[in-house]
Design a protein around this ligand. Structure first.
Ligand code: SAM
Length: 281
């Protein structure tokens, strides 16, 4: 693969998160974590020079890949030569109409598995788009920064637990598959990585009456991590006049107002969100 990049005189762009994977063993482990078979449809974000794409195309029925950098077209034509089950679209994964692309590429009742070595500079927006855009995704296996992977998987009380953990766990079940050293990339990034698998839930983890409010509540509760829940609520969602009422409601749902947001489970946030609904004016 490195020869291929050299042969095409391709210069990697740091600004596009172009850290290409050059370790065959890791490529195989990523694909194997996705549990693909000859019936599987795969959506790959950022095929780069096609190293992972080749492994995926060998195992799946079809791979649809979305790459922002058009300069890679000639490289991909070369590396994917002979693979007739790969379609590459050039454009920004955040902007392209993925519904439209998938409707052209996969049967209407099929689901896709996302597999990607994601560009680090847009990991979270890409993940959140894929999770919230109503695409027919059943699971995702993605390589991301280790630190972001721990945030996705974090449970209450852990340092990396925050609104991102809740947003992701509300919709998916995350599980870190392995951590990956910097040395398997060209060029080497500054941070270590991890492969994480997210199984999309058929039903959201909790039911809430008002979803946008639930997420506003979560963000407000984590706004100042060292402050108590009641202070975060007063400072970021309500005001001092609401204090007594808030204490009353917290008491009613069995949540100690002196706790910090980072100790609340998703279920507790859901309970609180529904109970606070009556206070929104
Ligand atoms: N899959 C290859 C591999 O594993 O070696 C390349 C992975 S590299 C970390 C990320 C790839 O995503 C690059 O090819 C980059 O050009 C592409 N990329 C960056 N931003 C993108 C975006 N917004 N939409 C689609 N692709 C993007």
């Amino acid at each position: 693969m490195q020869d291929m990049i050299r042969r095409h005189q391709f210069t990697l762009k740091k600004s596009l998160g172009q850290n290409f994977l050059v370790d065959e063993n890791i490529l195989n482990k990523i694909a194997s974590a996705a549990d693909l078979d000859e019936e599987s449809y795969v959506l790959e974000i950022g095929p780069g020079a096609g190293a992972l794409t080749q492994v995926l195309a060998d195992q799946a029925k079809k791979v649809v890949a979305v790459e922002i950098d058009r300069r890679l077209e000639t490289v991909l034509n070369d590396t994917l030569y002979g693979f007739d089950n790969v379609s590459v679209y050039f454009g920004d994964a955040l902007k392209l109409d993925l519904h439209d692309i998938l409707s052209k590429e996969i049967p209407a009742d099929a689901t896709v598995t996302v597999v990607a070595n994601l560009p680090y500079y847009v990991t979270t927006p890409i993940l959140m788009r894929l999770l919230t855009d109503g695409l027919p995704i059943n699971k995702m296996v993605v390589m991301i920064q280790k630190e972001v992977a721990s945030r996705l998987e974090a449970i209450p009380g852990e340092k990396s637990y925050g609104s991102l953990s809740i947003a992701v766990q509300y919709l998916a079940e995350p599980r870190i598959i392995m951590t990956v050293p910097k040395t398997v990339f060209v060029p080497q990034p500054n941070v270590d990585s991890a492969v994480i698998r997210l199984d999309i839930r058929t039903e959201k983890k909790v039911r809430v009456i008002d979803e946008p409010f639930f997420f506003r509540l979560v963000r407000a509760s984590f706004a100042q991590r060292r402050k108590t829940l009641i202070n975060n609520l007063i400072n970021n969602l309500y005001n001092k006049n609401h204090k007594e009422l808030l204490l009353d409601i917290l008491n009613r749902v069995g949540i100690d107002p002196g706790r910090r947001g980072e100790t609340l489970t998703i279920e507790e946030f859901a309970r609180l969100s529904d109970a606070l609904g009556e206070l929104t004016d």
